[in-house]
Design a protein around this ligand. Structure first.
Ligand code: AMP
Ligand code: MG
Length: 472
């Protein structure tokens, strides 16, 4: 068989203002590390022999029908507007239609310099590539909208960071790579015709039922509200929710300094560059609203009379916190086995989280242990949990089969930071066994698997990861 990717490109037809055509820069010695056959099947990509695929997904050989390009965008980074970012180390090969009829971007990340590289080298090293591969696929398996990973290829080149590191390229797949920052770029430059083209394109591609710029705003709001609530429900901290990392499709994008928390702490931050806690766990809903406001500011520039749209746009934004909270409540109800609705549920859940914070309980293991009757062991303050449990037992009486609901809502396995770090160290030394093992286990996170108890274990004192890095 020969590798075949049935490209059907639309973004490349938008015209020159939206991107720069850009060939990937060849690498020394491509070697396939991981190929996602299930995703390839979905994308109707027929795979060839491994070396041919390595050469292609390293960017050394262009598959037929590819129209490689680097997209331009802008964005607020930690609240400061940067008028031009863009794909500095990513190259879009093109789009394909999945078996289910959805359209996907196929992009190489780490494929060399582009006009948007600024000071960067356009490259990625093995650590962040394998981290993104595992964590994005784990998110997908958890049922959370996300970009995905089709392939990871080692380049045989050295990438220079603090020292020399093995280079790699990730093939990223997404519903599209349109971001809030893509709209900001054109709006800030007063390129209204381009802004209109982009809006029409985004609506047709993602929300065909949406009407006009404000319809798009509403659709993105709803998608992002669902996404943020889903992150919260699994203890995920994105770490760098800049507007250029906020996707129009509502997928999780950019697995830089992201992390799943072990112990529950509302104010948890991992990213080494997030000094003020702007992107802390519990601040993510606020930031999502802030990002939506930036999208609104950009979108309304194209309206005949932007001032008259401000009121409606404001109403759309103001409705977002309660949408996030409603979805948050639905998901956390399920985490404690509730599908019916009672007035005090919010208090019940908030009180549990408070007891967990005080008791330094592991977020993932506590919820799962509640179906196994062993949750008490997770707490340094077991009496406080026991008191809460009595209330919960009363409330559960209204439910049909709460344990079954909980088993479907509380994963056993998440990509824990200390395991990811351990996996990266081993991979850099040439050992991919832990990568393979995590990849397999995390693909069915709600099902108990043999010989995987160690992957449930929270970090010991010495294993705790206190900071994560963008790792570019
Ligand atoms: P990120 O922090 O991954 O969202 O990236 C922010 C911006 O920096 C984007 O425009 C990236 O394309 C760019 N960038 C990050 N790493 C590199 C790199 N190694 N080379 C060139 N550009 C980069
Ligand atoms: Mg980014």
């Amino acid at each position: 068989m020969v590798l075949h990717i049935p490209f059907d490109n639309t973004f490349a037809k938008l015209g020159p203002g939206f991107f720069t055509p850009q060939q990937p820069e060849p690498v020394a010695a491509p070697r396939m590390i991981a190929f996602n056959q299930i995703l390839a099947d979905l994308l109707q990509v027929t795979s060839g022999d491994l070396q041919e695929m390595a050469v292609t997904f390293a960017g050394n050989q262009l598959p037929e029908g590819a129209e490689p390009l680097a997209q331009v965008y802008a964005g607020h980074q930690f609240g400061n507007y940067n008028p031009q970012l863009g794909d500095g180390r990513a190259i879009l090969l093109g789009e394909v239609l999945g078996r289910e009829g959805r359209r996907y971007d196929i992009q190489l990340k780490g494929a060399g310099r582009t006009p948007y590289s600024r000071q960067g080298d356009g490259r990625a090293w093995l650590g962040p590539v394998l981290r993104e591969y595992l964590v994005s696929e784990a998110m997908h398996a958890l049922g959370i909208p996300t970009t995905r990973a089709l392939a990871a290829v080692a380049t045989g080149d050295t990438v220079w960071r603090e020292g020399g590191l093995p280079g790699a390229v990730l093939t990223r797949v997404s519903a599209s790579h349109l971001r809030v920052g893509t709209f900001q770029y054109f709006a800030a430059r007063g390129e209204i015709a381009a802004l209109k083209t982009l809006t029409t394109y985004a609506i047709a591609r993602h929300y065909p039922q949406a009407e006009g710029p404000l319809g798009l705003l509403r659709a993105v709001r709803d998608a992002q509200a669902g996404l943020i609530a889903a992150w919260m429900s699994v203890g995920f901290i994105h770490g760098v929710m800049n507007t250029d990392n906020c996707s129009i499709s509502g997928e999780t994008i950019d697995y830089g300094p992201c992390a799943f928390m072990d112990q529950y702490r509302a104010e948890q931050v991992f990213s080494s560059i997030d000094r003020t806690g702007r992107y802390a766990y519990a601040n993510q809903p606020n930031i999502a609203v802030w990002n939506l406001a930036q999208l609104a500011t950009a979108l309304i520039q194209q309206l005949e009379d932007p001032q008259s749209a401000v009121e409606e746009a404001t109403a759309i934004i103001h409705a977002m916190p309660s949408l996030i909270e409603a979805e948050w409540l639905r998901l956390f109800r399920r985490k404690i086995g509730l599908v019916t609705v009672a007035r005090d549920d919010l208090d019940l859940i908030s009180d549990l989280l408070e007891v967990m914070a005080e008791g330094q309980a592991d977020f993932t293991n506590t919820f799962r242990a509640m179906t196994e009757g062993s949750a008490k062991d997770q707490f340094l303050n077991p009496e406080a949990y026991e008191a809460w449990r009595q209330r919960w037992m009363q409330r559960r009486k209204a439910e049909q089969d709460p344990d079954a609901v909980m088993r479907l809502s509380n994963p056993i396995y998440i990509p824990r930071n200390h395991r990811i770090e351990e996996m990266i160290s081993a991979a850099v030394a040439g050992d991919f066994a832990l990568f393979e093992r995590l990849n397999t286990t995390l693909s069915t996170p709600f099902q108990k698997q043999a010989n995987c108890e160690d992957l449930r274990r929270p970090p010991s004192q010495s294993e705790v990861v206190t900071a994560t890095f963008c790792g570019t």
